[in-house]
Design a protein around this ligand. Structure first.
Ligand SMILES: [Fe+2]
Length: 371
């Protein structure tokens, strides 16, 4: 029996298939370059985009394509995948075109959880973009860090855990996604905490170095860790779990170059170095939970995070002296994130107006200084 009685599939339906581990073959027909930038976990590249555009012949016959599993075809925006799906169906293969393509996939999220004594942490991951948000729950109270998906997601997760969101915090002013923190605070009545700066045009509680909030019986401490941006903060939970924002990732460190000139970037890179030294002094068993992940997030429910010990052992960048570190970071910086200036502008006002977030947020995160 066919999975669906349509020849297209929504991103929500594909998410459900992956979560329920229903076996399907996901075929990405975009170019190698686009696939390498970002793709759906478990998908296979079949770069037939151009061939599909150039001819109306069934290209799947030419390449001898077969599949025993239902096929989900993915393209950039969900147009050419329809043509591919038609051709596959002509060969009696159960095929579906992913509606909206990889562009819409950037909105899909999943979760992973961990429990440490009386504190639960839910990591909310934008599978198609790599943005990571966190819900910290202790004794019926909750805090959200870097809300990167729709506010209702966090409201539902808190309610599932019989908790009330009391605090909403950002680590910095984001350039790769619209922060939902202001909306979430408004919808829940939670207190909104954002690093102290004079850039944002709306009211918030300024976070200062050393500030603490209590979530139930858990203590979250703010550390000013500039570099990625001047106002960047990280948060340390119960002296054990470090929410590193865009300072430190599992494969590298944050990029210091957005919205700055060469000289300012050099100064920011020096700040990044000093912030990292501060973090490297934390106990080695500190668990680092980053603000982004550099790969498509899988649906296996495994938390994305590593101990500081692991990161010290695997990231050679963390062992460089300041001058070498600066030179290394400034050489070969990746492309700037798409639409980042517009996204920063929206974040300054905390309002999307009539912008289409699917368009603006399309594409992987590029907050990392490594390609
Ligand atoms: Fe960032």
């Amino acid at each position: 029996m066919a999975l669906f009685d349509t020849d297209t599939i929504s991103i929500e339906s594909l998410k459900k298939l992956l979560q329920e581990k229903i076996p399907v073959k996901i075929v990405d027909i975009r170019s190698q370059e686009n696939f390498d930038q970002w793709h759906i976990p478990g998908s296979e590249l079949l770069p037939v985009n151009s061939a599909l555009q150039e001819t109306d012949d069934n290209i799947f016959i030419d390449i001898g394509f077969t599949s025993d599993l239902p096929v989900i075809v993915v393209c950039q925006e969900g147009f050419l995948s329809r043509k591919a799906t038609e051709q596959l169906r002509d060969l009696d293969i159960e095929a579906y075109s992913l509606e909206g393509g990889i562009k819409h996939w950037t909105r899909v999220w999943n979760t992973a959880e961990m429990q440490v004594n009386d504190t639960k942490i839910v990591q909310v991951r934008r599978a198609g973009k790599g943005c990571l948000s966190y819900l910290i729950i202790n004794n019926g109270e909750a805090a959200v860090i870097d809300a990167a998906v729709e506010p209702q997601t966090f409201i539902d997760l808190a309610s599932d855990n019989q908790a009330q969101i009391k605090y909403v915090l950002d680590t910095h002013i984001h350039a790769d996604h619209f922060s939902r923190s202001k909306q979430l605070a408004e919808q829940t009545g939670a207190q909104l905490f954002i690093p102290e700066q004079n850039i944002l045009k709306y009211k918030f509680n300024p976070v200062r170095d050393g500030d603490q909030i209590t979530i139930g019986k858990a203590i979250l401490k703010a550390l000013h860790t500039p570099g990625h941006t001047d106002e960047s903060f990280s948060y340390l939970l119960n002296n054990k779990i470090f929410f590193s924002g865009d300072l430190l990732f599992l494969n590298g460190v944050g990029r210091p170059d957005l919205k700055s000139t060469n000289e300012v970037t050099r100064q920011k890179t020096a700040k990044l170095y000093r912030s990292l030294q501060k973090v490297l002094n934390l106990p080695e068993d500190t668990l680092v939970l980053p603000g982004h992940y550099h790969q498509p997030v899988s649906f296996n429910g495994n938390l994305i995070g590593e101990t500081l010990k692991y990161l010290k052992e695997h990231l050679s960048l963390l062992h460089l002296d300041e001058t070498t570190f600066i030179n290394e970071i400034l050489t070969d910086m990746p492309d700037t994130p798409p639409n980042y200036e517009q996204i920063v502008d929206l974040n300054i006002y905390g309002d999307v107006g009539n912008h289409d977030l699917v368009d603006l947020e399309a594409g992987e995160n590029r907050c990392n200084s490594q390609k």
